[in-house]
Design a protein around this ligand. Structure first.
Ligand code: FES
Length: 111
């Protein structure tokens, strides 16, 4: 486990998205009601930063071609997306948001 402090909770607007970089990895942070979620920060379709997307009903819409992901699961919900988005473990302690990049929904195989 490698929890990293990435933001203050009060920096996350309910229903909004914030982009951070963690160990060189772009990450999108979301606050939905009482929950905080983290996903990879770049769309799986092309080079678009999800921090610039639109959050609605637990989904994030990519700003470039309007592909939509489920924020909680990373599931790609519509074309042109063909690949799901990595999600990361997130927790809040003492008003700070922590994520663990090692606890990801998608593990890349590197040659
Ligand atoms: Fe996100 Fe195309 S870059 S849908």
């Amino acid at each position: 486990m490698a929890w990293r402090k990435v933001a203050r909770l009060d920096a996350l607007r309910d229903g909004g998205v914030v982009g951070v970089e963690v160990d060189g990895t772009p990450v999108a942070l979301f606050r939905i009601g009482g929950e905080v979620h983290a996903t990879h920060g770049i769309c799986t379709h092309a080079l678009a930063f999800l921090k610039d997307g639109h959050v609605e009903d637990g989904t994030i819409e990519c700003p470039l071609h309007q592909g939509v992901f489920d924020i909680r699961t990373g599931k790609a919900l519509c074309a042109p997306l063909t690949r799901d988005l990595a999600t990361y473990a997130a927790k809040v302690e003492g008003g700070e948001v922590f994520i663990d990049l090692d606890m990801s929904s998608i593990h890349l195989e590197l040659d």
